[in-house]
Design a protein around this ligand. Structure first.
Ligand SMILES: [Zn+2]
Ligand SMILES: [Zn+2]
Length: 254
């Protein structure tokens, strides 16, 4: 009897919970995209996020963890025996060599049951400012230079599809792999991924530099995308006069 370590993945929270019922699962993955050539590799575009990252999460149960230094795809694969899991690791290494793209993490563990963990991202990647402008228009609208930043590229999409198909076709088909739906999978939509990437990269929401908003010297010349949450005026919340007057008011004596 196998006990799947569900809690391992359930901690990745946010966004919309997926149906965990197998019957409602979408059955097809998008067809394999062509290989990327050369480095650095551009991040997936907004359209590619919709076309690939959404079905990869929904159908193949890849997760995009919150707490990793860059946007990455992560999945655990479960097996009915240790030797099958170890063979699958060799398959993954073969795929990595053929793709010339290696996982950032590849780990076998046999407790509580044989399992292979894979995490992939592209280190030599560049993000288009246009992608961030989708969510943070005022900071990124006028930026044109690609930003060197590790993230998810078409190399990772290919890798995720190839590794998943190998698991399904070779192991699940022979009852050596367990295609178990994660009990609490979460689907991150493209906007929430862009927000996550923005936060991970430490971009200033005003000018897109890599510093905090409080350290930004130009923020007062740049209006935020949304009005101040305290008073509704067009300034950053940390510059709100109402907030300042509230916080500088001495506490009433007891
Ligand atoms: Zn700034
Ligand atoms: Zn205000």
């Amino acid at each position: 009897m196998f006990v799947r370590p569900l809690q391992r993945i359930a901690r990745y929270s946010t966004a919309t919970a997926l149906e965990s019922n197998l019957d409602t699962r979408k059955t097809t993955l998008p067809s394999l995209p062509s290989k990327a050539s050369g480095w650095p590799t551009p991040w997936v575009t907004l359209e590619e996020m919709h076309n690939y990252l959404t079905p990869i999460q929904e159908t193949a149960y890849w997760q995009i963890p919150d707490h990793w230094p860059s946007l990455s795809l992560r999945r655990s694969f479960w097996f009915t025996s240790g030797p099958s899991a170890l063979r699958y690791m060799r398959d993954i290494i073969d795929i990595a060599n053929a793709e010339r793209h290696h996982p950032s993490l590849l780990r076998y563990q046999d407790t509580p049951s044989p399992q292979v963990d894979v995490l992939i991202n592209t280190h030599s990647a560049i993000a288009s400012p246009k992608l961030f402008a989708e969510v943070f228009p005022s900071a990124f609208r006028d930026k044109v230079d690609p930003i060197p930043l590790p993230g998810i590229t078409i190399r990772d999409v290919r890798f995720a599809i190839l590794v998943y198909e190998k698991f399904m076709d070779t192991y699940v088909a022979q009852s050596k792999g367990i295609d178990a739906p994660i009990q609490q999978p979460f689907l991150k939509d493209p906007r929430s991924l862009i927000k996550q990437a923005h936060k991970l990269a430490g971009f200033c929401p005003a000018c897109a530099g890599q510093h905090s908003l409080s350290q930004c010297e130009v923020r007062k010349q740049i209006s935020p995308n949304v009005p101040c949450g305290v008073c509704g005026e067009a300034h950053w919340h940390i510059d709100c006069p109402q907030k300042k007057s509230r916080s500088t008011t001495p506490a009433a004596p007891l």
